[in-house]
Write a protein that binds this ligand. Structure first.
Ligand SMILES: [Zn+2]
Length: 362
């Protein structure tokens, strides 16, 4: 038995009077949707799909009501399917009960990452089996991790050497008074264990000063750098040597934030090349003068940066082709909620020893 149905989040508006239908997909069509002229056959098909019709019944009823239009009906159904408006769910569709029970409210969104060979339940299962290395368990690291845990990720390696101070509570709502003076990695580890069953968290209290300190990350599937005081040159050397995709995190001052690129050895340029080109994007306006106020921000901004970053992590784990941050920076301005994308990938230097350590890069 196969059921024909609209894919998750697909919106269909039908105006039978003027014979037009507006179809909208969550990923492709933003808020707008695409308007299609409809004939009686098209209207019939859309209404049958709305009623969760069995595929065999749909085809029977088409042949009874539109005997001369079987070919056109096939074209319409194929079009709806290839354009990701509908899906045909067969009885052997992979949908384990344990996933549906615990994650059924978030799995539908994964349909935007599906391919012919992997459905949303399998994607969820794959994501849950990944191991993520996070450098830094402060404001950004904790925020990103908390969102990943909500999505079912439970295997982590955490590195940080800092303790929670009272001032951290102004930027990280997940820290509380009882955490003051405790190691951040231990607080984050406890949070993960309190939030998800069967977690596996290795929490390392260490200040990274040399490349060997990163060797505990050798078997992770992905690294997220959320530390603001560790040399990125150290991290990028390690990840190119060990072929580990890495998100370089981001930063924020006041109401302005930045989300840094996803670096995939053998596929993108290294972080330093990206950053060097980013500097070239801006005019040389002189040397910055010292401002004696402490650089500050608020939890809304750090949480926003972390939210984007954690969703990009999910996208990468679900389907790397959907990644947005390849050789790309995003700048966020909270004064008007604008987001500016900068992709400084033209004319990258070709003499970079890190980039050239992998011959796949073009
Ligand atoms: Zn490079």
């Amino acid at each position: 038995m196969s059921i024909v149905q609209f894919k998750p989040y697909v919106k269909v508006f039908l105006n039978e009077e003027i014979k037009k239908a507006t179809l909208s997909r969550v990923w492709e069509d933003n808020f707008e949707g695409i308007v299609y002229d409809m004939n009686d056959l098209g209207i019939f098909i859309l209404k049958k799909i709305e009623s969760l019709c069995e595929e065999i019944v749909l085809r029977q009823e088409i042949s009874e009501n539109f005997p001369n239009d079987i070919e056109e009906a096939d074209e319409i159904i194929n079009f709806l399917k290839t354009e990701n408006y509908i899906e045909i769910i067969s009885s052997d569709y992979y949908k384990p009960d344990y996933l549906e029970k615990d994650f059924g409210r978030i799995i539908p969104l994964l349909s935007i990452f599906e391919t012919d060979s992997i459905n949303r339940y399998k994607i969820q299962e794959n994501i849950m089996n990944k191991k993520i290395g996070v450098i830094g368990s402060g404001t950004m690291g904790f925020s990103v991790i908390s969102k990943l845990v909500s999505n079912g990720i439970k295997n982590f390696v955490l590195i940080d050497n800092d303790i929670v101070e009272k001032s951290n509570l102004t930027r990280q709502p997940l820290f509380s008074l009882k955490h003051i003076n405790k190691l951040k990695v231990e607080v984050v580890k406890q949070h993960i264990e309190d939030r998800i069953e069967d977690s596996d968290v290795l929490a390392i209290n260490k200040y990274v000063t040399k490349i060997e300190d990163l060797s505990i990350l050798k078997d992770v599937d992905l690294i997220i750098n959320c530390a603001d005081d560790i040399k990125t040159s150290l991290i990028e050397k390690y990840i190119f040597e060990n072929n580990i995709p890495t998100f370089f995190g981001g930063g924020y001052i006041g109401h302005v934030g930045r989300i840094d690129p996803l670096v995939i050895p053998g596929f993108t340029k290294c972080f330093s090349c990206n950053e060097k080109k980013l500097k070239d994007e801006f005019d040389d306006i002189g040397t910055p003068l010292k401002n004696h106020y402490k650089e500050s921000t608020i939890s809304s901004m750090s949480d926003f940066i972390s939210s984007v970053l954690s969703f990009e992590v999910l996208k990468f784990l679900a389907n790397p082709e959907k990644s947005l941050l390849l050789d790309k920076f995003l700048f966020v301005n909270f004064s008007d909620y604008s987001i500016k994308e900068i992709k400084p990938n033209n004319h990258f230097p070709t003499d970079c020893s890190i980039c050239n350590s992998n011959s796949l890069i073009v």
